[in-house]
Design a protein around this ligand. Sequence first.
Ligand SMILES: [Zn+2]
Length: 196
Amino acid sequence: MKTVCLDPGHGGSDPGACGPTLRESDQTLDVCLRAREILTPYCNVIMTRTDDEYVGLTARAEFSNRNDADVFISYHFNSADSDSANGFEIFTTPPENNSDKLAAKIWSAHRKQLPAQWDRGLKQANFTVIAKAACPAVLVEGEFIHTPAGEAFITQNKQAMAHAVADGVLAYLGLDTAPVLTLEQRVARLEEHLDL
Ligand SMILES: [Zn+2]
């Protein structure tokens, strides 16, 4: 079974970027918990944090490496001086490798989920958290959080953002065509197993 490591950016003493009412750390955790929910029937999902706690950048990558993750997704929301800054973007570290293939899958899933959102594209940067991950690793900036409009967009579209991560990961891992049992089928199986 494939292992997916979800990394909700920031947490604890580090709230990340703050909007008028929202903190980046809370929103990244929310999106990752939603993505975990969607991914759980298909793969083993681990998270660098599941609470509002501080985890260092290197510790996040080491957690992923220690658990032999197949993909690593760090989720963030952006901030800028300009109030007009908006849109999503996805980062990998140079040089080009399988991380770029993973990024492309998440990018196209995100475009499909949120076609009206401004697309800032695929970019490269030496972010520590993805640079130190041993497996294909990307960092998603889901939207800018520093404006009321950005906050509203995030609040309304967290489920779509989570789906974009999940769909992109499944496409990259080749699991998107595997049959998935419905909840009813899973319950029936369990009942049969328990002889109910
Ligand atoms: Zn961040």
